[in-house]
Design a protein around this ligand. Structure first.
Ligand code: PGA
Length: 259
């Protein structure tokens, strides 16, 4: 299992793959091809209920198992939630935190920060999502993004911060109602903002080299190619286009060529 490759692409299956057999088939198809990607780590985040079957389907392939969310507030163990210990038991290596879907359900920056902290302690890499609802000409969204970053990192010591992967996912670009994905300039602007916010918070001498992903309607190889030209990001978080090997693998292939 190689997590040290240059690029990273994460499949976020959300509540899709309603049949176990679909999840199993898609995971196996992706796993079969993955070894040819020398520069790109591929992560699949199925819904919690499919973690065991996908773990089995991935077997000893280079594809890494991730989770879409986890509950980690205080000592609580509420009905219907899944714990860090439970996902760790299936060798889940990455976990999405603060996806806008979860924030819309009420997840707060404070809860996100606590989850990030506990995941790192357990050796699971958090993929921390940030994103604005809309862009305004006055640039208020930039200020809001900075606040989101600062609050989502509350209590995270400098020794942990390099372990966090950031995903820029503007809400207006996510899902089937989105009119377009973010363009290269928009992604570049926020990738730099993330790095600057980190260097300000942790008084770093130079900008950090955290892995930064873009997510939101990444559908074609051309989207990957255009966005990578900025040189500011390291990969993608993909929703709809990750649901079948046929639509996902061309994205991985394009990313892998970006060396
Ligand atoms: P999308 O979803 O690629 O379907 O827009 C991305 C995400 O929500 O992570």
């Amino acid at each position: 299992m190689n997590t040290e490759k240059k690029f990273l692409i994460v499949a976020n299956w959300k509540m899709n793959q309603s049949r176990v057999s679909e999840a199993q088939k898609t995971a196996s198809e992706i796993a079969k091809k993955a070894k040819k990607y020398k520069n790109t780590s591929v992560v699949i985040c199925p819904s919690h209920i499919h973690i065991p079957i996908v773990s089995k389907a991935l077997g000893k392939s280079s594809v890494i198992l991730g989770a879409q969310s986890v509950f980690a507030q205080g000592e609580l163990s509420p009905t219907g939630e899944v714990s860090i210990a439970q996902i760790a038991d299936f060798d889940v290596r990455y976990c999405i935190v603060g996806h806008s879907d979860q924030r819309l359900l009420g997840q707060t920056n404070k809860q996100i920060a606590e989850t990030v902290f506990k995941l790192i302690k357990k050796g699971i890499t958090p993929i921390l999502c940030i994103g604005e609802e809309k862009r305004d000409k006055e640039g208020t969204y930039l200020k809001n993004l900075t606040t989101q970053i600062q609050e989502s990192l509350f209590g995270i010591p400098s020794s942990m911060v390099s372990k966090i992967i950031f995903a820029y996912e503007p809400l207006w670009a996510i899902g089937s109602s989105a009119k377009r994905n973010a363009n290269a300039g928009e992604v570049e602007e926020v990738a730099i903002l993330i790095k600057r916010a980190l260097s300000d918070m942790y008084t770093m001498k130079k900008l950090p080299s955290n892995t930064i992903l873009y997510g939101g309607s990444v559908s074609h190889a051309q989207d990957v190619n255009e966005t990578m030209k900025t040189g500011q990001i390291n990969g993608f978080l993909v929703g709809r286009a990750s649901l079948s090997a046929k639509t996902f693998l061309p994205l991985v292939e394009e990313l892998d060529k970006n060396i």
